[in-house]
Write a protein that binds this ligand. Structure first.
Ligand SMILES: [Zn+2]
Length: 397
């Protein structure tokens, strides 16, 4: 589950948080003026993923350190020594320019330096603004912000891929066509990492309303790896038992699994398991959903007190049909308040506290300056840490 594909947020970007990215004095007043316009445009075009917002800001800085939509300056790129300004662009057919005057008329403008008759025509059409006859509108803050957003949108997947691979020259080239301003672009991206590093993806808490504990399967898997499953648990692997799915960790303690297989073989029919082993983080989400009356959760214990946290419980389909077989083999139906749930009652060990310890160790490795006490207890500090842990797992942000 890629954290780069999940729901974006622009709340973390505001004039104060972005100010360190734009150290130039004139940028500060412009940030207050233009940043909201830029963020709105990115949101409206559907490209407000944090990584894309940062790429957009770094692009603005590479084009306009003062954070304002501006005209391109005459330079050796566009103007011959002693010649008319921008005349070197007049016959750039690759830009769609058609001759004398087009170079100056359709010179670079805006936050991304829209350049050339073709681009003015194409993007003006998309925005419903007549940029061919009123090219100066490319510097209008709203228009300039939407031009930037459309450029990002047209290259969204390639930009995200370059970002994921840390290939900033490729990201810069996708917008600029070359490496102009690459150093400033890179510097801005590096400074901005602070803004998005902690939670570029979703946090555990932010997945609650999705009603899908599979949304934190990345973090869950890390904790299970840390726990070391093979010492304590057996993976469900039987032709009549289907326990696959993002929400389920198909593992049980050895005795519980052995007796489950006996019941299944006795009935000789397929068994669908919706939930077997749960991590305390998954249990936490279910418990929160149940307390709030969300997601149709009929019952969920506090973590780590569910037998699911120890690999000693299952939630299944067709519980009434299975009940006589399971109860012959050490599994007990919990009752009508949680009608899919069976507990294994012939013994086992408590893995709930072990799982919490595994989580606490994992957190501490990634936050050595803010460690949790590794006590296996689900206290307020541990719960707060879980809530802000990345759903995709540590180190994937
Ligand atoms: Zn259950």
């Amino acid at each position: 589950m890629s954290n780069l594909a999940t729901r974006p947020s622009t709340k973390r970007f505001n004039a104060a948080s972005v100010a360190p990215l734009f150290p130039e004095a004139e940028a500060q007043a412009n940030l207050a003026r233009y940043l909201p316009v830029v963020l709105s445009a990115l949101h409206e075009e559907g490209v407000d993923h944090p990584a894309l917002v940062l790429l957009a800001l770094a692009t603005i800085r590479a084009e306009s350190a003062g954070f304002a939509p501006i005209d391109e300056y005459p330079s050796a790129w566009n103007t011959a020594p002693g010649g008319k300004a921008f005349a070197l662009y007049d016959h750039r057919h690759d830009l769609g320019n058609q001759g004398a005057g087009d170079g100056e008329t359709y010179r670079g403008r805006g936050f991304i330096q829209l350049t050339g008759r073709d681009n003015y025509q194409r993007y003006g059409d998309r925005l419903g603004v007549d940029l061919i006859h009123r090219p100066e509108l490319a510097n209008d803050p709203e228009v300039a912000a939407h031009l930037l957003a459309l450029f990002i949108k047209d290259r969204e997947q390639a930009l995200l891929q370059a970002y994921r691979e840390g290939d900033l020259p490729a990201a810069r080239a996708l917008i600029n066509g070359g490496r102009h301003g690459l150093d400033v672009f890179r510097q801005t991206m590096n400074r901005g990492q602070q803004l998005i590093a902690d939670d570029a993806g979703r946090t555990v808490a932010s997945t609650r309303s999705s009603c899908d504990t599979g949304a934190i399967s990345g973090l869950s898997q890390q904790v299970l790896n840390e726990l070391g499953l093979d010492g304590h648990l057996i993976r469900i692997n039987h032709p009549l038992i289907n326990g696959e799915g993002d929400q389920n960790n198909p593992w049980l303690q050895p005795a519980a699994y052995r007796d489950l297989v006996r019941a299944v073989n006795e009935r000789g029919r397929p068994l669908r398991i919706n939930s077997a082993l749960r991590t305390p983080m998954q249990q936490h989400l279910l418990h929160q959903q149940w307390r709030r009356g969300e997601c149709g959760i009929s019952a969920a214990a506090r973590p780590p007190w569910s037998q699911h946290n120890s690999g000693l419980a299952i939630d299944i389909e067709d519980a009434p049909g299975w009940r006589p077989y399971l109860e012959q083999h050490g599994w007990r139906w919990l009752g009508p308040h949680d009608p899919m749930h069976f507990d294994y009652v012939r013994g086992g060990i408590d893995l709930g506290a072990e799982q919490v310890r595994a989580y606490q160790r994992l957190w501490n490795r990634h936050h050595p300056q803010r460690p949790l006490v590794v006590d296996g207890l689900w206290g307020p500090a541990t719960e707060a840490a879980v809530n802000r842990s990345p759903a995709a797992g540590f180190g994937h942000s």
